[in-house]
Design a protein around this ligand. Structure first.
Ligand SMILES: [Zn+2]
Ligand SMILES: [Zn+2]
Length: 339
């Protein structure tokens, strides 16, 4: 079967791999679509220390079950599903607390182990997130949306909140859609005009152009109060500082943007405003909740997609993306010939 491998930083190609079989507790999926996100780009650029090479990428996938392994209900056959790409140890403090998304030994498909950007993938049946009605391309968008939804849940957003989402890319988009669905007023901030339009399509009531006077705009939009919740979905020192600066007194900050190195923060503001700072990593049962949200028809997840390519075109697409990261949002790779 064909698979997309990153052989070493900057070099991606379609390789031939042995088609897997469904082991105990597993199903064999015919992969339909795979989304690419910043995680894949950093693997391609050699910037993700968790990735060893060569590595088959692919963690945002959808497909149809074509085989069931020993111990798996044969009723799964033919079912269309998204896949939770995380594998946890079951024994560490996070797992014992029922929060496997923060597992100390988490392994994500396509990051710490080979992924599913291939024609077929064997995955545990317990990781399937099925839908009887969603198209397969939409199912491939469930995982990225779930990351933002998890941040919304971590910050306990309600309809009483004004939520400022810093960064309206894939993670931010999920946060915007999830917070809007809860009835919160959402403000999206980004440097990119296209992403601001996308934020509106996903439910943001207002948007802030990050290239202009951000504090002034947020101040005006919130009557001087500041947002009760800020979700940091960029992963830069500047936006982490901005979150603390802009959040309302007694507000919550959801930290989902990943960055290496220290971030100098005005720490006294944490005390002064009595801010709750909440980390947010991966997702748990949010994948099921995102399927329900998509099935409700209240959000248009395809608003996130900027590029659609066939599997054979995916290596070149990674190169194009690396050359102009700002021009690319969500790439959907059509793996088994669907359009
Ligand atoms: Zn992703
Ligand atoms: Zn664990």
């Amino acid at each position: 079967m064909k698979a997309l491998s990153i052989d070493r930083p900057g070099v991606a190609q379609i390789v031939d791999r042995v088609r897997p079989t469904a082991g105990p507790g597993e199903v064999l999926l015919q992969v339909a679509f795979a989304g690419l996100c910043g995680t894949d780009l950093s693997a391609f650029l050699g910037k993700n220390p968790l990735v060893e090479y060569p590595r088959v990428i692919g963690h945002e996938i959808s497909g149809r079950v074509i085989e069931t392994g020993p111990g798996v209900d044969s009723a799964w056959r033919g079912v269309a599903a998204a896949v939770s790409p995380y594998k946890n140890c079951g024994a560490c403090p996070a797992c014992r607390l029922g929060r496997p998304n923060a597992c100390r030994s988490n392994e994500t498909l396509g990051v710490q182990r080979d992924g599913a950007l291939a024609e077929y993938a064997a995955v545990p049946a317990s990781r399937l997130v099925p839908s009887a009605t969603l198209p397969l391309d939409v199912l491939a968008l469930v995982e990225p949306f779930s990351i933002g939804m998890h941040a919304v849940r971590r910050t306990e957003v309600t309809s009483a909140d004004t939520v400022l989402v810093l960064g309206c890319g894939g993670v931010g988009a999920g946060a915007i859609a999830a917070a809007s669905a809860l009835g919160a007023r959402v403000i999206g901030l980004d440097l990119d005009t296209h992403k601001l339009e996308q934020a509106r399509r996903l439910g943001a009531a207002d948007v802030v152009d990050g290239r202009n006077d951000v504090a002034g705009q947020v101040h005006a939009l919130t009557g001087g109060d500041g947002p009760s919740v800020v979700i940091e979905a960029v992963g830069s020192a500047a936006t982490y500082r901005l979150a603390l600066e802009l959040v309302a007194p007694c507000g919550r900050i959801g930290c989902v943007g990943w960055l290496k190195g220290d971030v100098p923060l005005e720490a006294r503001l944490i005390v002064l405003k009595e801010v709750a700072i909440l980390g947010s990593r991966n997702a748990t049962d949010e994948l099921t909740a995102v399927v329900a949200l998509f099935e409700s028809g209240t959000v248009d997840p395809r608003a996130l997609v900027t590029h659609r390519v066939a599997l054979d075109e995916a290596p070149a697409m990674l190169g194009q993306w690396a050359a102009a990261p700002q021009a690319v949002g969500k790439i959907l790779v059509s793996v088994s010939g669907h359009s």
